[in-house]
Design a protein around this ligand. Sequence first.
Ligand code: DGY
Length: 326
Amino acid sequence: MKRKIIAYNFVFPEVLEPLKDEYEIDLFDKIDPKTEPAFIDALKDAEGIIGLSLPVNTELLDCAPKLKIISNNSTGYNNLALDEMTKRGVMGTNTPGVLEGTTADAIFGILLAAARRIPEMDQFVKTGKWKHYLTTEQFAVDVHHKTLGIIGMGKIGSEIAKRGALGFDMNILYHNRSRNPEAEEKYNAEYREMDSLLTESDFVVLMTPLTPETENLMGAHEFKLMKPSAIFVNGSRGKTVNEKALIDALRNKEIYGAALDVYQVEPVMQDHPLLQFKNVVTTPHLGSATFETEQKMAKLAIENLKAGLKGIRPRNLVNPEVLDVM
Ligand code: DGY
């Protein structure tokens, strides 16, 4: 009998083809993993799971006694209950190093879109409202030479800093768990405590991973510190932001606008209050979603999966402590 792999929300299932001689591969897409009987049944024999954003918790792990590896097809791995996985000898992996530039392009793109009101002006043209030269009602705000504050100066944060500093002559401020000497040297980035960064920045870009420490990092206090002319951009995870506080900040004009690629609940509901603001640009968690990058991510996720199935340390192991348990 062949060994079993589950592919969950995996964008290029055809790249799993070479594994088919050895493994039976069950594909699941657009299902609720908590209630889909076929998925729960497949977990019984699965040795590996590859995919995007599968919520892995104790209940799921209880159903998957043979599991060796969960290969996340993303750089974020907040969906994995790592402590539980480690206890049970299950490896977790991610896909860093191939998506940073692509994600930075997207996040800088929504920053520009919010500042220059591009989606709103697109609708202005397409709905026949462009009858006259533009007046103050359509004017926007500049990006170049402004101050860009980046919370979370990891690899993607650094790529955003590069675009801001070298492409748009922006002053870069950053807040991070540890100092980033490379960004300081290459992009003149200056370290700030969180409150100072929020007070001084014209654009606040949140790129931190979601951890218990960063959950609801941006709340009422933080939005109140921002300039009324500032734009907030979230390219991290939805749960790093208290959405109610963001809505209040927008309603009370404590900030000028926002650009969001991520939400507390995804896909975001169509009647979500954040979708009702003209000065909020929204995208559907598309940071890494280009053909080129998704292919690189899939390749890396498969390499990680194959190593884990063989019991070899995968290149992007995120819970190295597991090696002591296996
Ligand atoms: C990532 O890789 O973490 C992106 O946000 C896609 O999930």
